[in-house]
Ligand binder design. Sequence first.
Ligand SMILES: [Zn+2]
Ligand SMILES: [Zn+2]
Length: 119
Amino acid sequence: MIGQGATTAEHTHCHRCGRTLRSAVSCTRKYGSRCWAIVRKAARGLNDMLAVFTRRQVDQAVELIEDAAIVRADQADVFYVVSSDGTEIYRSSLESCDCPASKECYHQAAILIVTGKAA
Ligand SMILES: [Zn+2]
Ligand SMILES: [Zn+2]
């Protein structure tokens, strides 16, 4: 059992901005509170950038983020995303995505949310 205020030995970094996370809540969800607010706001479809995606794609994108299945690569705005069955990793950016679902790609919706460009 981990009590409140307990510190973890491992450092977790925010999957959105890379900041070191200290609170147990933030570490569990992999996002700092500010970034999480942006993710949640985007998830509620409050912005125009996500309008090109279907509600289902946005839901899938948020799921991807919540599962921490999207990780920023070394290059700016390039991400690695884990396929839905967890067996493959695709390289994804706003310009292109390696995944086979070129038309139904929700990875780019996830990138928009993660990078805050949708906020
Ligand atoms: Zn952050
Ligand atoms: Zn994709």
